[in-house]
Design a binder for this molecule. Sequence first.
Ligand code: NDP
Ligand code: MG
Length: 386
Amino acid sequence: MEFTHNISILGSTGSIGTQTLAIAREYSGIGVKAVTAHSNIKLLEEQIREFKPELAAVTDEKKAKELKIKVADTPTKVIGGREGLIAAAAHDSAETVVTAVVGISGLEPTIEAIKAKKNIALANKETLVTGGHIVTALAKRYNTAILPVDSEHSAIFQSLMGNHRKELKRILLTASGGPFFEKKRSELADITPEDALRHPNWHMGSKVTIDSSTLVNKGLEIIEAKWLFDVDIDKIKVLIHRQSIIHSMVEFVDNGIIAQLGAPDMRLPIQFALTYPNRLPMNGNELDFSELVELTFDEPDTETFYALELAKRAGREGGTLPTVFNGADEAAVELFMKRKLSYLGISEAIQRAMDDIENIADPSLEDILETDKLARAAVYKYYKGV
Ligand code: NDP
Ligand code: MG
């Protein structure tokens, strides 16, 4: 099939980034015009040699200098620092920007990409969590599309296709439940990063894997869904679905429910965000119903995994509260990965930061970035016992 689409990938060395490149490898019509990494220049160099992008950005300045020397024999231009990430986001020849960096670092480049009239294949949920009101308004103003890459949101998007949004009653957002499903708080005190990184169904970057185990990820996804589909937080119901076969569902006013199913495989949501409204064949990983023993559904245990409730509160109250939720989590996960904070300390730190930091209504980008710094600083203080 004839298909051409030029893309820029922010975070090409990560889990979503490398899977996006696997799709580009399959379909030569997908042109990779810009790639970025934070520090993994070994992999970035391989990507430059294989995909021949016009631009490569490395946010770590020292590594950017090293890469410039390594790829001096190629026509690829290398830019370092935040400036490089922004340049890749607004790069001329790309029509769509895949936002696959981790954390709030995705917010500014996404804003710049929209201002440069790019469509956004959005993996970086933190962008909508922290700056949803700014990003969705800009996308309207510049007439660009935000296409979800997150599997649940892609499922909701696919299930809504051909239906009237005003007839939507609620969203049923599925969650795997992570590695500690059915565990109580007392059983989670000694959880190590290795335990939390063992996700039952998905292989993802470390931050999103830890977030899946605490249900912070599902909390972020509720807020992401609020902005993507313009629905109230209370119309989004989380269902624990251990098999990750139903990727989410929508329920209409007549009680009709439409779901999207498939084997857990991020290639489909990534590919669909690039080919929408068309679909391209996918090799392997078909859902085999004869092997499907059961589909189960449970209510989330919001006493143990109370970060989910904190996210709902942040999503309902809005302003900078979702940024506090996210920033505190980013800092807490970083400390947990360094074994400086206990596993249960992650949700505790988020709650404390949400209680301590003042909420600013209708925040500007500067307010959001400032609040993110405050939330991180608060968490570093807590762990030092201040
Ligand atoms: P990874 O950790 O695997 O990759 C992150 C990417 O961002 C890497 O390219 C990394 O570069 C780069 N990066 C890290 N820190 C910074 C920074 N401060 N500034 C700029 N770039 C940075 O993450 P994932 O691919 O798992 O996740 C990416 C996003 O997609 C997240 O927002 C996540 O929530 C979302 N997502 C991921 C899913 C998945 O299946 N993985 C599913 C749904 C959503 P380097 O390699 O050099 O460190
Ligand atoms: Mg998801």
